[in-house]
Design a protein around this ligand. Structure first.
Ligand code: G6Q
Length: 553
């Protein structure tokens, strides 16, 4: 793939990559064991060891130069100050304002956005306290026991991931449920489990026009009214989180029960806004403030630390090195704490929706690879599944290992086993196992010579597979806030270097448009089916099935 011709440092990096050749991490470590101590960093309770990347000091110097050449400092200032850096939507990008402490002001185009942020925060605090202490009552006068968040994409993934991660801080009397899929099965399952008298629905939608969310919300509303016998119950059981007061009203939710946010909060950056309401309900407003504080601490670190000691910058540049110079097509996220099991899905949206672009801000082609495929699962499960490919596959995939040091005393043994596995996997991926090692091992085990010859190629591990090791001191609101903000800024830095707009998402529009057409055609009684032959046949198959009736019903 052609590299950006204008960028001298890019060319220098290409030449440097050629010079490094296939130098193995084992050799690099043997020549310079001190790199382990040099290539580690800690900020805001997050520790990073990046020494197992296929980089030398020279690589890093060049990469820092790349960030400088891309104008990272100027772009960062522009984002934090509220310039309209989301140019295709003419919007500011101010999720960092959402985690500023109360008392700070931030004037953007003559308006103090912090006054708005703090006002909504206060309303959420009052409302969530009422629910949490049991004084917000349902239509029969009973307190709330279940909260159902209905939203999708950015209005689902963040709150869901954080609620899962912070289970240890959860209110014991409130059960959280998340409904995003419009297939009907998910809402059906939840409605079977909850009691209409004690269930609070949050309809979370920035635009309040999202088909999936509104379909689920209408179903939930009808279910509630069906049980309560009157739509007066909606006021006690439905709240909305949105920027669209008119649509919230039209749906039948009083805007007194609506928590607002602003067009400068992108969906995938919105868990810090009112979209975080399920989190506040689950862990309380004080703990939510600590989540914001962790993210704010990372914002400050990112804004002020020199590039060479800047966690998000280093992770971003290592990612660019892996993607564009070592040709890694994917990036694995492997958390070793079960409560972080939704983190890979959350980061998949953050990264792939932000940087999955092929044109630059000015509309010209990017000419290098941008967002990798982000994927993953809890690492310990992955070891018994996808790690085979990581160790011996033909494509290499850099890995972020994410561990947590603190753990309950009674889980000490379990924690030690999990931690040992995480560290060993990073070591194995880097170290590999050579043919002579494999041979000696099999000979010691007494295998026949012929068998040894046949098995060697299968049992060799090439190693030299890079990884980052991220360690959280503990999985608490502050640490999690810092970790999420770290990845947000990593994504931002990569977007700046690639020159793309990380804050729009035009790529999701075409499917939505066509879905509206197909939906109409599925129900059409005429023979009209104006699609390509494949799509038309699928639509016809659906229609035939509908006409015949489902025999299973
Ligand atoms: C996120 C995206 C997208 C969005 C959903 C839901 O950055 O824009 O995932 O969050 O499409 O949109 P609404 O909140 O408007 O329903």
């Amino acid at each position: 793939m052609t590299k950006p011709a204008f960028n001298l440092t890019w060319h220098a990096l290409s030449a440097h990559r050629e010079a490094l050749g296939e130098q193995h991490l084992n050799e690099i470590f043997a020549a310079d064991p001190a790199r382990a101590a040099r290539m580690q960093l800690e900020a805001c309770g997050v520790f990073l060891d990046y020494s197992k990347n296929r980089v030398t000091d020279e690589t890093l110097t060049l990469l820092f130069g790349l960030a400088r050449e891309a104008g990272l400092a100027e772009h960062t200032t522009a984002m934090f100050e509220g310039a309209r850096i989301n140019t295709t939507e003419a919007r500011s990008v101010l999720h960092t304002a959402l985690r500023r402490p109360a008392g700070a002001s931030l004037g953007v185009e003559g308006h103090d956005v912090m006054a708005d942020v703090v006002a909504v925060r206060e309303r959420i605090r009052r409302f969530s306290e009422q629910v949490r202490v049991g004084s917000w009552l349902g239509y029969t006068g009973r307190p709330i026991t279940d909260v159902v968040n209905i939203g999708i994409g950015g209005s689902d993934l963040g709150p869901l991931m954080v609620c899962e991660a912070l289970q240890a801080f959860a209110h014991p009397g409130l059960r959280m449920h998340f409904v995003s899929n419009v297939d009907g099965v998910q809402i059906d399952d939840v409605l079977k489990k909850v009691n209409p008298q004690t269930t609070l629905f949050i309809v979370a939608s920035k635009t309040f026009t999202t088909q999936e969310t509104l379909t689920n919300a209408h179903t939930a509303r009808s279910w509630l009214i069906g049980h309560a016998g009157s739509d007066a119950a909606v006021a006690r059981h439905f709240v909305a989180v949105s920027t669209n007061a008119e649509a919230v009203s039209a749906f039948g939710i009083d805007t007194d029960n609506m928590f607002g946010f602003w067009d400068w909060v992108g969906g995938r950056y919105s868990l810090w806004s009112a979209i975080g309401l399920p989190i506040v309900l689950q862990i309380g407003a004080d703990a939510f403030d600590r989540l914001l504080a962790g993210a704010h601490a990372m914002d400050e670190h990112f804004r002020t630390a020199p590039l060479e000691q800047n966690l998000p910058v280093i992770m971003a540049l290592l990612g660019i090195w892996n993607i564009d110079f070592l040709d890694a097509p994917t990036q694995v996220i492997a958390p070793y704490h079960q409560r972080l099991h939704r983190l890979p899905a959350y980061l998949q949206q953050l990264d792939m929706e932000s940087n999955g672009k092929s044109v630059k801000l000015d509309g010209s082609p990017v000419r290098c690879h941008t967002s990798p495929v982000i994927w993953g699962e809890p690492g310990i499960n992955g070891q018994h599944a996808y790690f085979q490919m990581l160790h011996q596959g033909t494509r290499f995939a850099p890995i972020d290992f994410i561990g947590v040091l603190d753990h309950p005393a009674h889980l000490d043994h379990h924690h030690r086993v999990a931690f040992a596995n995480m560290v060993a996997q990073a070591e194995a991926l880097m170290r590999g196992k050579s043919a002579p090692e494999v041979e000696a091992e099999m000979r010691a085990a007494g295998l026949a010579e012929e068998r040894i010859r046949a098995l060697i190629p299968h049992r060799v591990f090439p190693g030299n597979r890079p990884s980052n090791m991220l360690l959280l001191e503990r999985l608490d609101p502050f640490g999690l806030g810092a970790l999420i903000a770290l990845y947000e800024h990593r994504t931002f830095v990569q977007g700046v270097v690639w020159g793309v707009n990380s804050f729009d998402q035009w790529g999701v529009e075409l499917g939505k448009q066509l879905a509206a057409r197909v939906l109409e055609d599925l129900g059409a009684t005429s023979d009209s089916n104006p699609h390509d032959a494949s799509t038309a046949a699928l639509i016809e198959r659906y229609r035939q099935h509908a006409r015949a009736g489902d025999p299973a019903r």
